[in-house]
Structure formats: structure tokens, C-alpha cells
Design a protein around this ligand. Structure first.
Ligand SMILES: Cc1ncc(COP(=O)(O)O)c(C=O)c1O
Length: 373
């Protein structure tokens, strides 16, 4: 069976981790600093704070939102967010006791429908969470325009948190996603392009937020200063820091991640060529400005259960990967009509696209998709 996901682990990673294990320092230390420096070089932003997962990063980002826009805590505050994502995107909103307001899905890109976003921004909007789903960048230019209009109408500019969990390596007009002046959160979990075992990183828009994130990821305690004198904690924080074990893995996997993104793009380009124009298969949008990391390759198919069975019989694992979040009973109070999402939710399925897919296997995959089911 051709797997849908595999771990991108470099041959250097075991030795790099073994070195940390033998060093006597396995918590947050010099490897974390070095990993942040390497991430900063690749992203072209020095404001990088690593954390132990993207879930922690999203939680911390939403926690900081209460002061990021200067408006202070508000029990009615809403976060405008997409339901088509992994639950981590949205459960961190609930964990911060913020209210969810669902924004519809653009059936072409599967990302947030920015026209629906424009309609829903209002005085209660505390933050907007966007996801570059499967690595396809959102339309930043349109988003900036929506925020400009919101600022003109409501007198404030909502904070945007970008969930870049799938988007390591994705670019918008040649620039890495997550570096447009919003709060961005990357995931380095086991099956992402860049693997730390578990890990993540925030990219912050200014130095004050960077310092705050670095403090709050470890109880609000200044790690270096505490050795010189007992530190005061002005603002309590969390235990969200990355360890040197995970950072060493991430450092060893940086080149592996570049290779993974390149392989995914090559496989995706092949599928784009071979699968366009089929009767029961619809591809998602492409634009030269939006270069996806292709963490997964989405398709919209007729009769998805039959398609998945048909692909399994052909030796190919496929899956919806992320199911709509808005139908879970824990969020029933936030239910909203979402026609764009309804149009794709039952047809969405993902094909294997990672570096483990050989040329012969991608031919096998295309042949199976072209065969009747
Ligand atoms: C869209 C999205 N956001 C957030 C996360 C959470 O990432 P992590 O596992 O690093 O906490 C995931 C995990 O797969 C994800 O797919």
C-alpha cells in the first residue's frame, strides 16, 4: 500500500540526537538557539520563537491576542476562523475561552472565503485565524484589503493568526508564508515536511511580542537572568518550550525538509498534468503567486466512499485528512450556514504526494484515479 504520510527523517538525525542525549543538557539550550537562527535565516525574519508543538504555538498566540491589539479582555470576543482544518486550529480558541465564529470555505482553494470574512468582521472580532490548508497560501493581498476596510469601518485592525502547520516551504509571490506581519505558527510534528518529532515555531510581527512569547513559553521566567538573581514573574506563562533533543532533530532535518517540499511539488505538478479534465475529479485552484508546499494533494471526487475503496483496492492509501470541525457537538452553539464548505466537504480526499512516492507509484496512482469507481 502506498502510504499517505511518512516521516521525513534524515540519516544524520540519530547521531545529532545521540549527541544531545550524551551532552548532559537535554532541555531548552544551545540547540534551540541554533535551530531558531536557522529557521530565521530560511524565513527571512529574526522574530522566531520555537515551541513544543503548533498546538502550543496557537494557544500562546491566542493568549497574547488579548493585549496584541490594545483592547484588553472581553468575554464576548469572537475569533473568526475556518472550520476546514485540523481541530488544533479551533480547540485552542476554545481553550482560551474565546468564542468561535465560523467563516465559510472558498471551494476553489479550500482556504477561508475572504468575502465571507469581510462580511463577518465586526466590533466583537478579536482575532482572525487563517489556515494555509495543505500548504496552499491564502490570498494575502485580498486579506490586507479586508483588514484595511475593517479598520476604516470599525476603527481597529483585527490581529491575524496564520496557522502555517502545513505550509513549511510555501511561498506567496516568492516570499515564505508566515512573514507578512501577522502572528504565524508552524508545525514540526512527525509527518510534517520539517520534523522535530514534535515541535513548532511562532513568527512574531514585532520585538515586544517576540520577547513576550519567549517568556510565556516557559512560565514567564527569564531563563538566563534567573541564574544571576531570583527573577520576578510579571506575567505567568506556560510550559511550551522546545527541547534540545527536538531542536537537534529539526536541525538535522532542515535539508531533508527542502528535499521533501521539492519532491511534493514535482509529484503535484505531475498530478496536475495527468488528472485535469477528468469527469468525476475536480482539482483545486492554482496561481503562480501562490506556491503550495503540497503537504497533501487535495482532490474533489464524486462518491468519495467508493473512491477511497477503489484506491485501497489499487494499493493507494487516500483520506479526507481533516474533517470539518463545525459539526462536533462541543461547538454546536456556534453553528452557522456554510454553503461553500457544504459544496466540498463530502468530496474532499487527499492523494499521497510525498517524497516516498516513486515515479512508478505516481503512475500507478494516476492510473487508479483515471479508472472507473
Ligand atoms: C492545520 C493544523 N494546525 C495545527 C496542527 C497542530 O500541529 P501540532 O501537531 O504541531 O500541534 C495541525 C497538526 O497536524 C494541523 O494540521
Amino acid at each position: 500500500m502506498i502510504p499517505l504520510f511518512k516521516v521525513n527523517m534524515s540519516e544524520q538525525a540519530p547521531a545529532a540526537v545521540a549527541e544531545v542525549l550524551a551532552s548532559g543538557q537535554i532541555g531548552q539550550g544551545p540547540k534551540v538557539v541554533e535551530f531558531e537562527e536557522r529557521l530565521a535565516e530560511r524565513l527571512g525574519s529574526h522574530r522566531v520563537a520555537t515551541v513544543n508543538s503548533a498546538t502550543s504555538g496557537l494557544h500562546l498566540a491566542l493568549h497574547m491576542v488579548d493585549t496584541a491589539d490594545g483592547r484588553g479582555p472581553d468575554p464576548d470576543a469572537e475569533v473568526l476562523t475556518t472550520p476546514l482544518t485540523m481541530e488544533a486550529t479551533n480547540w485552542t480558541i476554545l481553550a482560551n475561552r474565546l468564542r468561535i465564529r465560523w467563516v465559510d470555505t472558498d471551494p476553489g482553494t479550500l482556504n477561508m472565503d475572504l468575502d465571507d470574512l469581510a462580511r463577518k468582521i465586526g466590533p466583537k472580532t478579536r482575532a482572525i485565524v487563517v489556515v494555509h490548508l495543505f500548504g496552499y497560501p491564502i490570498d494575502y493581498e485580498r486579506l490586507d484589503k479586508v483588514l484595511d476596510d475593517a479598520e476604516a469601518s470599525h476603527g481597529f485592525r483585527p490581529v491575524v493568526i496564520e496557522d502555517c502547520a502545513h505550509a513549511w516551504g510555501a511561498t506567496y509571490r516568492g516570499t515564505p508564508v508566515g512573514t507578512r506581519g501577522n502572528i504565524a505558527v508552524f508545525s514540526f510534528q512527525a509527518v510534517k515536511h520539517l520534523v522535530c518529532g514534535d515541535g513548532g515555531a511562532l513568527v512574531l510581527p514585532d520585538d515586544a511580542l517576540l520577547q513576550r512569547a519567549r517568556l510565556l513559553r516557559w512560565f514567564g521566567i527569564e531563563r538566563e537572568a534567573r541564574l544571576a538573581k531570583p527573577p520576578d514573574v510579571a506575567e505567568w506563562g506556560f510550559k511550551f518550550h522546545l527541547t534540545d533533543i527536538n531542536a537537534a532533530m529539526g536541525l538535522a532535518n532542515l535539508d531533508e525538509a527542502d528535499a521533501a517540499v521539492a519532491a511534493c511539488r514535482a509529484n503535484a505538478a505531475f498530478y496536475d498534468r495527468e488528472l485535469s479534465g477528468l469527469e468525476r475529479v475536480e482539482l483545486t485552484d492554482r496561481s503562480p503567486d501562490h506556491v503550495s508546499s503540497y503537504w497533501a494533494y487535495p482532490l474533489l471526487v464524486a462518491d468519495r466512499p467508493a473512491f477511497i475503496r477503489h484506491m485501497t483496492d489499487a494499493g493507494v492509501m487516500t483520506s479526507v485528512v481533516h474533517r470539518r470541525n463545525d459539526l462536533h457537538s462541543c461547538v454546536s452553539e456556534f453553528t452557522a450556514p456554510l454553503p461553500g464548505l457544504d459544496a466540498v466537504a463530502e468530496r474532499l480526499v487527499c492523494l499521497p504526494v510525498g517524497p516516498w512516492v516513486t515515479e512508478a507509484q505516481r503512475e500507478q496512482i494516476v492510473t487508479a484515479v483515471r479508472a472507473p469507481w
